[in-house]
Every structure is written in structure tokens, then in C-alpha cells.
Design a protein around this ligand. Structure first.
Ligand code: ADP
Length: 357
């Protein structure tokens, strides 16, 4: 039986493991928190730091295939494991590009993939030269996620809010919509792509609030988005599952915001709304089975359940009974014991024949 390891034990690992039950696979999780969402769903839980060379190497060396649920893992250990014949999807070379926003943006530029214009700034004094480039968005090269490490800079006065560390300064796009394209590629280089997802962001938390599938976009924008997303994955030359977040501007132009080399929040609706979910699809890639059908069974909406703004402590699922009475609603709770403001605690997917519903 294939031994498969997941680096990280959060909700993505949890939902991946829920799908593993249907395959002949022995599952391993590496994570420091013994009470993490994935801990009790894997066959073997190994307590350890995904950022530590020794922990990642020791975890991976007796496994057949490894994947990640978070980018912040020890890359050197993965490179060594790969050189010793362990399959790692996404491969370390693509992970190296993606997890540094400077390298990621340069990758788009070098491969003629449309992305907002940008400058590299290594510190605040370099940033201060770019007053004429505003309005822009300053993004930390590494370590930012879910809106942390992203700062909007509108005018000269805002430059002092920028980061004094390596970052990119990206031209502000006049957004019409934000969409995500989900793509899987197997070891033979075969690809499949899901219908587009429209993401609606919470302005306060700067993280995904809810999303709709299929996104309502013009046919021309869809063609561009599909071509761009497939091009990103092919040029990364890595098997795996990828979420490509795209901006659609007021003119219908399509630009890559960023890529995640893993299952993603924007793909949670695929569990109930599509023939093959993103988690099932990743197992097919990891275990070398045929890729699945990405078609939607029905239109869907997915809403994140996040911690209340002012509450920190033991979780209480207010309103669960009411939600469970909604027809066609599917509730997923991630089993986190503690809630924090904005923390992702679960999600609900609603599917319906009528998109309007
Ligand atoms: P994170 O990696 O934290 O998700 P993103 O780079 O995706 O950060 O940025 C978060 C959000 O900020 C985006 O979803 C978008 O709403 C807004 N944003 C980011 N870059 C731009 C841009 N160049 N123009 C306009 N809005 C942007």
C-alpha cells in the first residue's frame, strides 16, 4: 500500500484525509499541534515541525509520496527527499518559486503570464522611490497569508505603512471580479480544469467571505482565464493540485494575482457540487490514478465560517441547528477547539439547480 505523507494538519489536511478513506493508502501527517484538525483522521500522526529540516526529512524518508497543505515547510529537506526518489507533489522547484512572491512574480513575467505590473522593494527606502507608482499594493515576499502581509498604499503619505523587508509593490488593479481557477496535473503532464469560481472578499478581514460557482464572466474572459491557469501549471512543471487566483479588470482583462500549489479554500464547494472534489483529485494525482471529472453537478455557493470578531476561547457553534435545517446545505466543521477573530472554523456549501437561490 502506498505510504503518503501530508505536511501540516489543518483543515485542508483534514478534508484530504476524509477522501483518503476511499483509496488504498496509508496516511501520515506531520504537525506540531497534536490536537490539530487532521490529527485523529490519519493512520500515523507524527509530532514535529514542518519548518525543521530534521523533522521533515525523518518524516519523509520512509514514505512513497508527500504533499503539503501549507507552503511554509522546510524546502531543503524536500529537495533532499526528492533526490532520494520520494515523490513530492507539488515538486520542491515549483514550491520554491511560489512561496516567495518576488520569485513568483518574476516567474509570471519570464513565462509571459499576464500579472499586474510590479516593482521589487527590499526595504522602506527603496519603497520610498516609487511614489509615482501609486496607488499600489505592497506585499511581503514571504510569510504573508490571508490578507496578512498585504498593505494598500494609495498616496505618498501611505508609504510609511509599507514593509521594511523584501516585498513587491504591485500596481492597483481596478477590479471587476476576483476568480479562482482550479487545475490538477498528473505525472504524465495531463491536466484537468474546473469551472471558474467567483470569490467575494471580506473587506474587514481581507480574507475570502463567500464564493460562487460557476463565476459569471464573459466567454472571452473565461477562455483567457483557462488558458492562463493551464499555462501557469504547465510552466511550473509540477504534478499536483493548483489554485490560480485571478483578477478580472474593468475592461475584461485577466491577470494572475497568485497561485497556491495545493488544495485551496476556493475549492471547498467541489466536495458536494462537483463529480470529483479537489481532495479526491489530489489523491488521484498522488496515487497515480486517472484524473477525475471536474464538471459541476449543480451550481453552488460556499461560505466560510470564521471566528467572531471579539471572541477568543472555546468554540461555540451558534446557529448550527438553523443551518442544518436549510435544504441542500452541507456543513463542515474543522474540529478546532479554540476560536479566534477571523479564524477559519468551518464552511457551508449550498447547492441548487437555481443559481439565484
Ligand atoms: P493573500 O496572499 O494574503 O491572499 P493577496 O495578494 O491575494 O493576499 O491579496 C489579498 C487581496 O487584496 C486580494 O484578494 C485583492 O482583493 C486585493 N489585492 C491584492 N493585490 C491587488 C492589486 N494589485 N490590485 C487590486 N487589489 C488587490
Amino acid at each position: 500500500m502506498t505510504k503518503a505523507g501530508i505536511l501540516g494538519g489543518g483543515q485542508l489536511g483534514r478534508m484530504l484525509l476524509q477522501e483518503a478513506v476511499n483509496y488504498p493508502v496509508d496516511t501520515w501527517v506531520l504537525e506540531n499541534d497534536t490536537e490539530c484538525p487532521a490529527a485523529h483522521l490519519c493512520h500515523h500522526f507524527i509530532k514535529g515541525d514542518i519548518r525543521s529540516f530534521d523533522d521533515v526529512y525523518a518524516f519523509g524518508k520512509n514514505l512513497d509520496v508527500l504533499t503539503i497543505e501549507i507552503e511554509n515547510v522546510n524546502l531543503e529537506a524536500l529537495e533532499k527527499l526528492e533526490s532520494e526518489g520520494i515523490k513530492i507533489f507539488p515538486n520542491p522547484a515549483s514550491l520554491k518559486i511560489i512561496r516567495d512572491k518576488i520569485l513568483q512574480k518574476q516567474f509570471y513575467q519570464q513565462n509571459s503570464i499576464p500579472t499586474p505590473e510590479f516593482k521589487i522593494t527590499n526595504n522602506r527606502s527603496e519603497l520610498n522611490q516609487y511614489e509615482s507608482f501609486l496607488p499600489a499594493v505592497h506585499k511581503l515576499a514571504t510569510g504573508g497569508y490571508d490578507g496578512r502581509g498585504v498593505q494598500l498604499l494609495d498616496k505618498k503619505d501611505d508609504l510609511k505603512l509599507g514593509f521594511d523587508q523584501p516585498a513587491i509593490l504591485e500596481k492597483r488593479v481596478d477590479l471587476q471580479k476576483e476568480i479562482a481557477m482550479l487545475v490538477a496535473m498528473n505525472s504524465k503532464g495531463e491536466t484537468v480544469i474546473y469551472p471558474p469560481v467567483e470569490m467575494v472578499f471580506d473587506k474587514y478581514l481581507n480574507q475570502l467571505d463567500f464564493q460562487l460557482c460557476p463565476a459569471e464572466i464573459t466567454e472571452k474572459s473565461l477562455w483567457k482565464a483557462e488558458a492562463i491557469a493551464l499555462s501557469v501549471v504547465r510552466q511550473l512543471q509540477s504534478p499536483g493540485f493548483f489554485a490560480i487566483e485571478l483578477f478580472i479588470d474593468r475592461e475584461g482583462g485577466v491577470l494572475v494575482n497568485e497561485t497556491a500549489p495545493r488544495v485551496h479554500n476556493s475549492g471547498h464547494h467541489t466536495i458536494e457540487a462537483h463529480f470529483c472534489s479537489q481532495f479526491d483529485m489530489l489523491w488521484r494525482v498522488l496515487l497515480n490514478y486517472p484524473l477525475g471529472n471536474t464538471d459541476a453537478i449543480l451550481p453552488s455557493v460556499m461560505v466560510n465560517i470564521v471566528g467572531e470578531p471579539d471572541v477568543k476561547g472555546e468554540v461555540d457553534y451558534a446557529g448550527l441547528e438553523e443551518v442544518l435545517q436549510i435544504e441542500n446545505a452541507f456543513v463542515h466543521l474543522y474540529g478546532k477547539k479554540e476560536t479566534k477573530p477571523g479564524r477559519k472554523m468551518g464552511h457551508v456549501t449550498v447547492i441548487s439547480k437555481e443559481r439565484q437561490e
